[in-house]
Design a protein around this ligand. Structure first.
Ligand code: N2P
Length: 431
């Protein structure tokens, strides 16, 4: 039996106002999905859910008085809590895995008394599907900006009252400009920055050199993935690619000299043909596992995110295991990736989300995040608070020449996204 009162609670005044203006979105009062105990009608008026799903057969035969008593106590307690708990003391956050400081959450909780429920994902596709399904229960989400654009267009995000972000002026103007364009948020009304980086090829240098010999390292590191003469040699020591049709197809299109945000079927067919040659040499399709596997030497090359490679390198150094992890910006360039913070349109703890945002842009809080995850952040005043070792991380402070080789993200239409998803499914299954 499950009782759950965590995510279905009273709307804040902001949310109530939002719902009244957006009748198409279902409010928390829509109980249609809560069918588990419709026969216990008096309980359905409570903002809580209990389920006997696992017990169906048992309940049919032996809904004895003890069992029934437990059920009623559980639901009564839960319902009691729903009305007694102060909702304002909760914040439900959904962020990428390995993307926050060591003490970020703990310090926020200590300082504000707000309890943070923190869940993680590792692809935009997963977050987007949740937002589209609605009722995520989350108050803060972290979509990459080109996905956030779709979410703004689909009325899935809450329009921010910037005056409630007390540290707004600490935020890098350049980054806000990038969010405005790539996120389709010209007034910076919906998106605030989280961290940013780029999508590239990372490698365990010594292992790659050994596997390629007598071939030298190619000048353009994309060749490691897309030239079969390299990828076939790297197969045995392990190649991994992101579990994202968007990222994998963007990389292949770029390698072919085509637009990363191409919408053309013919371009995608060409990319799919290139990827089909890579597929037999790929061991792992994952958006998070590659960090540890590169660090412990069980993987040679990965298509992944810049900061994750920096973390892999730091982990290898900390383990003194002699694995050298490197991720450069390939000679022919790579794609920038900006992640934003946003509040889902049906969030129930909007005031707490503002408190979180205000806290996140404090320089010392930023330094705690960047010191741990090794991605560039949005608060320049935090730079001098980073440790000397972190400051020297490749990819953290990019030179103008490096920036010139990075292309900003652009959203593709849903139809193109669906085409990529279909082709990527075929790639994964090796068809
Ligand atoms: C964190 C990966 C997040 C970067 N581990 C991708 N947006």
């Amino acid at each position: 039996m499950k009782c759950n009162n965590r995510r279905r609670d009273r709307p804040t005044p902001d949310n109530a106002a939002y719902l009244s203006k957006n009748p198409k979105r279902t409010s928390f009062l829509d109980f249609s999905a809560w069918n588990s105990f419709s026969s216990v009608s008096f309980l359905t008026s409570q903002a809580t859910s209990c389920s006997f799903a696992e017990d169906t057969n048992v309940t049919e035969r032996i809904l004895d008085s003890t069992h029934r008593a437990i059920f009623l106590i559980c639901c009564a307690l839960s319902a009691g809590q729903a009305s007694a708990v102060d909702d304002s003391n909760v914040l439900n956050v959904y962020n990428w895995s390995d993307y926050i400081g060591e003490d970020t959450i703990r310090n926020f909780e200590k300082e504000t008394g707000i309890k943070v429920n923190y869940d993680t994902f590792d692809t935009n596709e997963a977050l987007h599907a949740k937002l589209r399904a609605g009722h995520t229960g989350y108050d803060i989400v972290v979509p990459s900006v080109q996905w956030a654009k779709r979410q703004i267009d689909g009325h899935l995000l809450f329009k921010l009252d910037k005056s409630k972000i007390t540290t707004y002026s600490n935020v890098d103007r350049w980054l806000m400009g990038e969010l405005a364009v790539a996120g389709g948020d010209p007034g910076n009304d919906y998106l605030m920055p989280w961290l940013w980086g780029f999508v590239t090829v990372g490698m365990n240098v010594d292992k790659v050199n050994a596997a390629l010999a007598p071939l030298p390292m190619p000048e353009d590191t994309w060749d490691l993935l897309f030239k079969p003469e390299y990828s076939s040699r790297l197969k045995a020591c392990g190649i991994s690619v992101l579990n994202s049709g968007e990222r994998v197809f963007e990389a292949a299109l770029h390698y072919l000299g085509l637009e990363r945000n191409s919408t053309k079927r013919a371009d995608h067919d060409a990319a799919a043909a290139l990827l089909a040659k890579l597929r037999p040499n790929v061991r792992i399709i994952s958006s998070s596992g590659y960090m540890n596997e590169l660090a412990d030497g069980s993987l040679c090359v990965a298509l992944g995110y810049s900061g994750d490679f920096s973390v892999a390198s730091a982990r290898a150094k900390a383990a003194h295991n002699a694995q050298k992890i490197l991720a450069v910006i390939p000679r022919s360039g790579a794609a920038l990736s900006f992640d934003s913070m946003a509040i889902p349109a049906d969030a129930q703890h909007v005031e707490n989300a503002y408190k979180w945002m205000s806290y996140i842009y404090r320089p010392e809080v930023q330094a705690g995040i960047v010191n741990k995850v090794l991605y560039p952040g949005p608060v320049r005043a935090a730079d001098k608070m980073l440790s000397a070792e972190v400051r020297s991380t490749p990819g953290l402070f990019l030179t103008p020449d490096e920036m010139a080789r990075l292309e900003p993200p652009r959203a593709v239409p849903d139809e193109t996204l669906r085409m990529r998803t279909r082709l990527f499914t075929a790639f994964k299954s090796g068809q």
